[in-house]
Design a protein around this ligand. Structure first.
Ligand SMILES: *Cc1c(COP(=O)(O)O)cnc(C)c1O
Length: 356
């Protein structure tokens, strides 16, 4: 078997959920869209029996969870995209987020015996989805006339929460708090809101990235008192180890040239698995717990590493690309991207394996 795989740690996932509970005391909608941030939608949901609800991006993801026997509330974070989805939402008892007038119009045409709860998306400053605060009372009144709509809530999304110096978050908290709709449950905080903005916690929090053990905050600056554990470790093995001569060029384009005789390893993982290839800064992997810098271009199925710092490196040695001992945030930073992108970007061919 090809040696590349992602090992998954269910206790770490549950530990991170417990950290959310410790920080907030709110109800928790675990965000599992995009295949559970690359970890496997059903695996994540089944491992998080303690979550109060799950948040997904589409009806398809919601149906996959129901088919796997998930009983909790399932929130469709973008509601529905076309009216044909509404009867299925009602049948399954999903909770759609209603963010636009076209959705209200479609709902007005519905007749149904089934019922569902719904969230009204409030645009408090993100300016992506949602009704402006001034529109919300009318939207709420409109939805209240529909006999198949149960409990209503107000949901908004933070635009700048990972920047503790930004004035935007306080304004967003104030805008949501300023809506006087008694009895409506409220939700505002994503991971950064949970970690950095207690005033944003409200009734329901919506952690995504932090559940998977990564932080949306920069690696410099104040860090909140939360100890997250990485859920995924991307692993492979050395499939070749060779001594190269001074002046040898390594890999496609010959970008890297050896400045001395040195040991170079080939790791069985590449961009075809979702490992990035567009690095701006230096990045390392772990071999025998020691750092080995990635050198030359990353190929589709392989990459090359400088083994000068790893005594006795041998073919078959395990290599960690991110996860245990090497934060995915660090790899993302070197790649000029965000940890979300790396986790969601793992490709289908990479096996995910739960490891006890
Ligand atoms: C993806 C998403 C989240 C989770 O965000 P994280 O930064 O991963 O915690 C929360 N709320 C909404 C509406 C989302 O789309």
């Amino acid at each position: 078997m090809r040696p590349a795989y992602a090992s998954l740690d269910a206790p770490a996932l549950r530990h991170n959920l417990a950290q959310v509970r410790e920080l907030t005391g709110a109800r928790v909608m675990a965000i599992v869209k995009a295949n559970g941030y690359g970890h496997g939608l059903v695996w994540v949901a089944k491992s998080l029996t303690g979550a109060d609800a799950f948040g997904v991006a589409s009806l398809e993801e919601g149906l996959e969870l129901r088919a796997a026997g998930i009983q909790q509330e399932i929130c469709l974070l973008e509601g529905f995209f076309e009216a044909a989805e509404i009867p299925i939402i009602l049948r399954e008892g999903f909770t759609p987020v209603i963010h636009d007038h076209h959705q209200l119009e479609a709902l007005r045409r519905v007749r149904s015996e089934n019922r569902c709860d719904a969230w009204i998306k409030v645009d408090t400053g993100m300016h992506r989805l949602g009704f402006g605060p001034a529109e919300v009372p009318a939207v709420a009144a409109d939805l209240a006339t529909l006999p198949f709509i149960g409990r209503l809530g107000l949901l908004s999304h933070l635009a700048c929460a990972e920047d503790f110096a930004s004035p935007v978050t306080a304004l967003q908290i104030e805008a949501l708090g300023g809506l006087s709709l008694p009895g409506f449950r409220r939700s505002l905080a994503n991971s950064a809101g949970i970690m950095g903005w207690p005033a944003a916690h409200a009734d329901w929090v919506r952690p995504g990235l932090m559940l998977y053990g990564a932080s949306p905050l920069g690696r410099t600056g104040p860090q909140p008192p939360v100890a997250l554990k990485p859920v995924m470790t991307l692993r492979s093995r050395l499939i070749s180890v060779r001594r190269r001569k001074e002046g040898d060029a390594i890999g496609y384009g010959g970008d890297y040239r050896c400045r001395e005789d040195m040991l170079v390893g080939v790791v069985g993982v590449g961009y075809g698995d979702g490992y990035p290839r567009e690095f701006r800064g230096a990045v390392s992997v772990l071999v025998r717990g020691l750092r080995a810098p990635v050198i030359g271009r990353v190929s589709m199925d392989m990459l090359t590493v400088d083994l000068r710092g790893v005594a006795d490196a041998q073919v078959g040695d395990e290599v960690i690309l991110w996860g245990e001992g090497l934060p995915v945030e660090e790899v993302a930073q070197a790649a000029g991207t965000i940890p979300y992108r790396l986790l969601c970007g793992l490709t289908q061919r990479l096996p995910r394996r739960e490891c006890p």
